[in-house]
Design a protein around this ligand. Structure first.
Ligand SMILES: [Fe+2]
Length: 349
């Protein structure tokens, strides 16, 4: 159901306050053909209300002719900033960029962040934004779990469905998503509420069995029967099962890139206001699936690029897979047990 302008304005005011936006700072709102008009209007009004200098930068979409889906997070590679020096200059000169289009990770984005500009992505429908206005408590829980993850040498994930996979850790940074940008150079995504890191290159080993109800993104579908993925030396080497496995295999093969099968980010969800079932209630094109990525107690893993973490792998294909009912341990200590987050993993005590 829709939300009122007042509700969305107040949500933006809260997020801009949490993001420590000060009067006189420059805010650039990045838009494209997919930008929601109510989100744009209320973001602009709230930033002006904060006393910021507000710009809008509208960029044409890219990659549409190459991607097999309309999903905004489905095709990585060039972005509207590739070779676009004027846009890059405007963004680098901004204190805060509100990304209402999805500027996917790229060297240009790293360059903007390196200069101290904050970037906040917000593209979910207005009512989803309002339902998941971030809080300081969200941040505290993500940071608590993050400190534990940072100290870990190995993540192991198991499930009664048959998953048993190990990832060596320590070579890559931690991605802490809590929905606002309170530090210079910080990127975040509203709504979110999860943490992730990247498996050391070539180390992931084992078997991942997707069970009924586990989510595939950008497919935005729930698996209806088991899909067994064999993981060897950091890559998925076999995808077996029924129709769901066939659809995933064919989609990934369409990129014709062996790097698509590399293990990418791994972590777990902490957002109590995100719900597993939401994806079943929306048209596929209405959402990017953040409820699925963030719901508390999921094990979220992915295949594809690691350049957002400072790695060298840039590939167009990226699959996010939130799983239910998994047990996640760090160096033998349980963080999530059968889909329930323990306090050690950032869960509520
Ligand atoms: Fe991802």
């Amino acid at each position: 159901m829709p939300v009122s302008d007042k509700q969305l304005f107040e949500a933006w005011m809260e997020v801009l306050t949490l993001s420590e936006l000060q009067a006189g700072q420059s805010v650039t709102i990045l838009t494209s053909s997919n930008t929601h008009p109510q989100t744009l209007a209320m973001a602009s009004l709230a930033a002006q209300h904060k006393g910021a200098i507000v710009n809008r930068l509208d960029l044409p979409p890219v990659n549409g002719e190459k991607s097999l889906t309309r999903d905004l997070l489905s095709y990585f590679g060039t972005t509207p900033l590739t070779g676009n020096k004027a846009a890059l200059a405007a963004l680098k000169e901004s204190d805060l960029v509100l990304d209402l289009m999805v500027l996917l990770f790229s060297k240009e984005q790293h360059e903007i962040l390196a200069g101290g500009t904050k970037i906040l992505l917000a593209v979910e429908p207005p009512e989803v934004l309002v339902r998941m206005v971030p809080t300081q408590e969200d941040r505290a829980r993500v940071l608590k779990a993050s400190a534990r993850l940072r100290a870990a040498k190995e993540m192991r994930v198991t499930s009664t469905a048959g998953t048993d996979v190990r990832f060596a850790l320590g070579d890559f940074p931690i991605l802490e998503e809590y929905g606002f940008t309170d530090k210079p150079g910080r990127w975040d995504h509203w709504p979110s509420g999860f943490l992730a890191t990247w498996s050391n290159e070539g180390t992931a080993q084992g078997t991942i069995v997707l069970d009924r109800g586990d989510i595939l993104l950008p497919q935005k579908s729930y698996v209806t029967e088991p899909v067994t993925l064999t993981v060897q030396n950091g890559y998925v080497t076999k995808i077996e099962g029924g129709l769901d496995a066939d659809l995933l295999s064919e989609y990934m093969a369409s990129f014709n890139d062996p790097e698509s099968y590399a293990i990418s980010h791994i972590g777990w969800g902490l957002q109590e206001r995100a719900h597993w079932s939401v994806l079943s209630l929306y048209d596929r094109e209405a959402t990017t699936g953040m409820d699925g990525r963030a719901f508390a107690g999921n094990f979220l893993w992915s295949m594809g690029p690691n350049n957002e973490a400072g790695g060298t792998r840039e590939c167009a294909c990226h699959i996010d897979i939130p799983m239910r009912n998994c047990t996640v341990t760090l160096d033998g200590e349980e963080m999530v047990v059968a889909g329930k987050v323990l306090p050690a993993g950032g869960g509520k005590a």
